[in-house]
Design a protein around this ligand. Structure first.
Ligand SMILES: *[C@@H]1O[C@H](CO)[C@@H](O)[C@H](O)[C@H]1NC(C)=O
Ligand SMILES: *[C@@H]1O[C@H](CO)[C@@H](O)[C@H](O)[C@H]1NC(C)=O
Ligand SMILES: *[C@@H]1O[C@H](CO)[C@@H](O)[C@H](O)[C@H]1NC(C)=O
Length: 379
């Protein structure tokens, strides 16, 4: 630790001389540049991503491709606030499935969606607290042009909105088939979440869509217009529609989400602190009834090639994944009351600094990637 701190200090001093920024504030001395392949950093990144996925209600579970940058801000006797920049990949699991990212399969290259998240994550090991303070992510689909160059026959992504009537047709036909084969419940379409097309023996449409339970019975199916007002999506289906002159072939395959029974609140806070409850991966958790509010969002941007003349790509690569995480405008930081994370009635405050800029990144960053193909790594 001593050496690390010293190195960090030297680093700060050099940077300050070079850019003539005013004096380093004392608190900044606790801001340590960490290695992106350090085992504890990888563990923290894993917990942070798990909580991000848990916080979301839309889209697919994100998995960790690599840690791109990491700073640890040691708080006096109160654990550490980590400022993480994570390179992520979309998996096959919908966030509503509540599956852990480590249990989800990564997409094939031609259907990859990748991006970057900035996260402020608080860790207090002795008091067994893990808390997601704020995050923001930006995602893009893999470059269609690059995929086409190497795999001209791969399915090409298609819009999931109604601008392509064939996509909607594929989803409704697929669901009709599923409902027809279902012996009990009937389902209706919530929305299409993925779509792609490919020439097989004729045009083929592949879709993924969310379904909810329909109050209609099978005999009413086609004429039924009853709607359950607040019914939630219950599953994710995969369908395809292939048309040739001779025949139409339709398929449907649905996976249902595990019922989402929320854990009783008392149990949750007990799990956080009792010394006999050692944290296992996946148990320590953030408090759902927290007072500190900021969480975050995931922004989807189009393919990097869209709307760009060929060759002009290299220019503003760093603006290609704009991820904004404004924690505070005060360069000296701002206090954050985290008393609610602890059982006893004591005021506990963290110091939150502005998210560190990437231009003084640690030499041990980025870390090794799970999927090292440059097509799915943000610059
Ligand atoms: C519904 O299923 C039955 C058999 O289970 C089949 O004979 C019928 O053709 C199916 N209808 C549609 C529209 O798929
Ligand atoms: C997250 O990003 C959005 C824009 O995508 C921005 O409006 C919002 O302020 C950001 N949140 C934080 C905490 O910076
Ligand atoms: C990352 O860490 C693991 C285990 O600690 C090690 O085996 C691996 O070689 C490291 N990779 C890099 C690129 O440093």
């Amino acid at each position: 630790m001593g050496l690390r701190l010293l190195l960090a200090l030297c680093g700060l001093a050099t940077c300050c001389r070079a850019t003539s920024v005013p004096l380093v504030v004392p608190e900044a001395l606790h801001l340590l540049s960490r290695g992106c392949n350090d085992s504890d950093v990888l563990a923290v990144a894993g917990f942070a991503l798990k909580d991000i996925n848990k916080d979301r209600e839309d889209g697919y579970v994100l998995s960790l491709n690599r840690v791109s940058d990491v700073w640890e801000h040691r708080q006096d006797g109160l654990g550490s606030l980590f400022y993480l920049t994570l390179d992520v990949l979309e998996t096959d699991c919908h966030v509503l499935s509540k599956k852990l990212w480590k249990d989800c399969g990564v997409r094939m290259l031609h259907e990859s969606v990748y991006g970057q998240c900035k996260v402020a994550f608080y860790v207090n090991k002795p008091r067994r607290v893990l808390y997601l303070h704020a995050y923001n992510c930006t995602l893009r689909p893999v470059s269609r042009r690059m995929i086409h160059d190497t795999c001209p026959d791969c399915p090409a992504p298609s819009t999931t909105d109604l601008s392509n009537p064939r996509v909607l047709e594929a989803a409704t036909e697929s669901l009709a088939k599923y409902n027809n084969e279902s012996t009990s419940k009937q389902y209706s379409l919530v929305k299409i979440t993925k779509a792609s097309t490919q020439w097989v023996v004729g045009p083929a449409y592949f879709v993924k869509y969310l379904i909810k339970e329909s109050p209609c019975t099978k005999s009413q199916a086609s004429s039924c217009s009853l709607q359950l007002s607040d019914s939630k999506p219950v599953g994710l289906c995969k369908g395809q529609l292939i048309k040739t002159d001779m025949k139409t072939s339709v398929s449907a395959e649905c996976e249902f989400f595990e019922s989402q029974v929320p854990a009783p609140e008392g149990e949750n806070s007990a799990a956080k602190q009792g010394p006999e409850n050692l944290p296992k991966e996946g148990t320590a958790s953030t408090n759902p009834s927290s007072k500190a509010v900021p969480r975050g969002s995931v922004q989807y941007l189009p393919d990097l090639d869209d709307g760009k003349p060929e060759g002009s790509q290299e220019k503003d690569l760093h603006e290609a994944f704009p991820v904004q995480l404004d924690l505070t405008t005060n360069p000296l930081g701002e206090e954050l009351d985290v008393s609610f994370l602890f059982l006893w009635p004591v005021k506990e405050k963290l110091l939150v600094l502005p998210f560190p800029k990437r231009n003084h990144r640690s030499s041990e960053c980025p870390g090794p990637a799970q999927m090292g193909n440059p097509l799915v790594l943000p610059p």
